[in-house]
Design a protein around this ligand. Structure first.
Ligand code: AMP
Length: 214
């Protein structure tokens, strides 16, 4: 099964992704994490995208498409993937359609996490992340529960860059939801409240989708 989790920065996509992946046998394919890993490794790709990622602007569609396509051909991603932070532009919607069609796959559903902007700004400001595993739940011990790495404030979780990322979302990414709504794949879910509450709403929305509602 292939699916996507969609929503603005700070909506909780990464937090919700693990449970969804475990339930449906998908690998978590987060383009932001992949790009940050490339930057950390100092690869040619990392050097190319560093300035854009750090200033909250989008990497070009073609580059992101290549990264996603290559990841989908790795053994563990052949059965299904949960796309997180992708597609982020209308161009990327077409690219994903092509990538999946080439592999005789298609998206089963798109979960959209809805969170008001003032809540996003509050969540993103000062949120701590694991360099490898992304944002950590609030109130943690300052270490990642998965690998024990010390947490840090992500370079693009500063006030100015947060505003930039929200502007980019509004202008370039929000229209993506409309495409999936028209295709009957979008499952809007209230993303406020505790991670547990949101996880329950997602499970209910996906179960309704599997039951044939759209
Ligand atoms: P995220 O962790 O999803 O918030 O992504 C962090 C940053 O990585 C974004 O602000 C962009 O600079 C870049 N990025 C991640 N995913 C994409 C994508 N699908 N298209 C373009 N840029 C992306």
């Amino acid at each position: 099964m292939d699916a996507a989790i969609f929503g603005p920065p700070g909506a909780g996509k990464g937090t919700q992704a693990d449970a969804l992946c475990a339930r449906h046998g998908m690998v978590h394919l987060a383009t932001g994490d992949m790009l940050r890993r490339a930057i950390a490794s100092g690869s040619e790709l990392g050097e190319r995208v560093k300035g854009l990622v750090e200033s909250g602007r989008l990497v070009d569609d073609e580059t992101v498409g290549e990264v996603v396509g290559a990841r989908l051909d790795e053994e563990d991603a052949r059965e299904g993937a949960l796309f997180d932070g992708f597609p982020r532009t209308l161009g990327q919607v077409s690219i994903l359609d092509g990538i999946l069609a080439e592999r005789r796959r298609r998206l089963d559903f798109v979960v959209e996490l809805e969170v008001p902007e003032e809540v996003l700004v509050e969540r993103l400001g000062g949120r701590r992340s694991c360099p490898e595993h992304g944002p950590l739940p609030p109130g943690g011990e300052g270490r990642c529960p998965r690998c024990g790495a010390e947490s840090e404030v992500r370079g693009d979780d500063t006030k100015e860059v947060i505003r930039q990322r929200l502007d980019v979302y509004r202008e370039q990414t929000a229209p993506v939801a409309e495409v999936y709504r028209e295709r009957g794949l979008l499952r809007p879910v209230d993303g406020t409240g505790t991670p547990g509450e949101v996880a329950e709403r997602i499970a209910a929305a996906v179960a309704a989708a599997a039951g044939g509602e759209s």
